[in-house]
Design a protein around this ligand. Structure first.
Ligand SMILES: [Zn+2]
Length: 537
């Protein structure tokens, strides 16, 4: 069976998604990461749209991609023009990419009402544009826009569009589900019908408006498609495109088909999070294969089985896609979960007194309202306290916050804090929009002269939950905080009746976790303690 070509359009279709934007530098970095994954094509964008896109092609053209071919995207010539004088077509040549992709109308209603031309002229536009680009030595791919809607409306014309592109020399013709309204059974039926028409290699481009973009891509492959387009994390217009982080493992591990990324699947989880980080979007925890929850298990009994026979509880080994199994902590957690968590600190077993003490501590803290399932960094500090490997970053003496608002100015909080750190008595002060930002800034103000690594650590998420709303304003709140140093992200928890105090606990845990796990560990691994004080992971 032929290998399936992977075509990434994160940098074009992906960027049309809500909240997705990348700088020029980020686009180049993502292109390199996609090449390392082994995708066949990287669509860089629409060179005619703006200066940033043009600059991307200029800079990307100087890169050496090991495997991927860079692709410029554009449309056919306009009605009544000549391809060689049409800026849409010439811009594709000016991008100087080895491959270009041309999009053309397939749905008659669009030809008439959007292009304002005749079905015959549309076919000539497609033929001229593809053959002109072919005559300049480019590999030419052809996207049949709204193919499935067009096929439903007039199958003969939709096939004629695909045939015209193929006859003009297109190297692959790609039926696109531009509106995302097609179901897998229909995809199968239509590809089977297309196979009768000798159209050369077919691809597939599916949007996720019915939640079926991946299922449709898989159905297309089963029905003969040799080229699939998608985006990292499934971002794209409206509900997005087929998620390559899910499609590729399904293709390789479930359909047993080959693709050039097949032996690099282990990079997928890191790539998914890297791209999310670049877009400043919090990764979807429940994303299949690469999400944090994908191989997370909660119940103690489940966990016991997992240690013995993982295959009974997981559809594949998460390690295959670079993800990892997580046993989530909770009251339900059995001793084996705790033993597993302790593994990295030494040889502990179910009978170790530390295990019993941790179970006791966990139960007590959970009764008080703490929850460690989504706060592994706080749990790590609990472990360190029990086994005696915890080194405090600071000892608080006091903090003082004051919020104010005037008729003219929005609310602000000022604060200061006093603490001891590494035998220094230190003080920090800050003004912020609210108490959490003020605490965070005051803490950095106090610590940064002694701990410059703190500037690498950022607050990336903050969530509050009221635990006992029946107590009204005296209710306890639970605060979760996520911090990141741009490589790793970790989560902490704090609980109190006072939201400032709950936030303070979570914030300090966040910094202490990094201090204990990265700053100090690097110092102890290094022979030159001074030099590595600032080192991070
Ligand atoms: Zn699209």
């Amino acid at each position: 069976m032929t290998s399936v070509a992977i075509y990434d359009t994160t940098l074009r279709d992906g960027m049309q998604g809500l909240d997705v934007s990348f700088t020029l530098d980020d686009k180049l970095k993502i292109a390199r990461a996609l090449d390392e994954l082994g995708v066949d094509y990287i669509e860089g964008g629409f060179p005619l749209s703006n200066e940033k896109e043009r600059a991307f092609f200029e800079r990307a053209g100087k890169e050496h991609f090991e495997h991927a071919r860079l692709v410029a995207f554009g449309s056919t010539r306009g009605p009544g023009r000549e391809a060689k004088n049409d800026t849409h077509v010439t811009a594709l040549l000016e991008a100087e990419t080895p491959t270009v992709i041309v999009v053309g109308k397939t749905w008659k209603a669009h030809v008439d009402r959007v292009l304002g031309t005749t079905p015959d002229e549309n076919l000539r536009m497609i033929h001229d544009s593809v053959s002109y680009l072919k005559s300049h030595g480019r590999e030419v791919l052809f996207d049949c826009e709204h193919f499935f809607d067009g096929y439903r409306d007039d199958p003969e014309y939709a096939v004629q569009v695909a045939r015209t592109a193929a006859e003009a020399g297109a190297d692959c013709v790609i039926p696109c589900d531009t509106n995302g309204g097609t179901l897998p059974s229909e995809v199968t039926r239509i590809y089977e019908a297309l196979s009768e028409h000798n159209l050369g290699p077919l691809g597939g481009h599916f949007h996720n408006d019915c939640g079926t973009a991946i299922a449709n891509s898989l159905a297309a492959v089963e029905a003969g498609a040799e080229h699939i387009q998608g985006t990292i994390n499934g971002w794209g217009e409206r509900c997005g495109n087929a998620d390559l982080c899910v499609f590729i493992p399904n293709l390789v591990l479930k359909q047993q088909r080959s693709c050039t990324a097949a032996d690099r699947l282990q990079r997928l989880t890191a790539l998914s999070r890297y791209v999310a980080e670049k877009a400043n979007i919090i990764p979807d925890k429940r994303q299949p294969y690469v999400g944090i929850a994908a191989f997370s298990h909660k119940a103690g009994q489940h966990a016991d089985v997992l240690y013995k026979e993982a295959g009974l509880m997981e559809h594949v080994d998460g390690g295959l896609v670079g993800n990892e199994r997580r046993i989530i902590l909770s009251e339900l957690a059995g001793r084996s979960t705790i033993v597993d968590k302790l593994k990295r600190y030494g040889d502990y077993d179910k009978k170790s007194p530390e295990v019993a003490e941790l179970i006791q501590t966990l139960k007590k803290r959970e009764q008080e309202g703490y929850e460690y399932e989504a706060a592994e960094a706080s749990f790590d500090l609990l472990i360190r306290r029990v086994i005696g490997s915890y080194r405090p970053l600071l000892i608080l003496k006091n903090y003082h916050l004051e919020s104010y608002k005037t008729l003219e100015a929005p609310a602000k909080t000022v604060g200061r804090l006093f603490m001891r750190s590494n035998s220094h008595e230190i003080m920090g002060a800050a003004v912020g929009v609210g108490p959490v930002e003020t605490l965070d800034h005051a803490l950095r103000d106090a610590l940064s002269p002694h701990h410059s690594w703190i500037n690498k650590v950022h607050l990336v998420d903050y969530r509050v939950r009221v635990l006992n709303p029946e107590e009204e304003t005296a209710a306890k709140v639970r605060v979760f905080i996520s911090l990141s140093d741009r490589n790793e992200t970790w989560d902490t928890v704090g609980v109190d009746e006072n939201i400032v105090e709950a936030s303070w606990q979570a914030l300090v845990d966040g910094f202490e976790y990094y201090y204990n796990n990265y700053v100090l560990e690097n110092v102890s691994e290094s022979s030159d303690n001074e030099a590595s004080e600032n080192a991070g992971p």
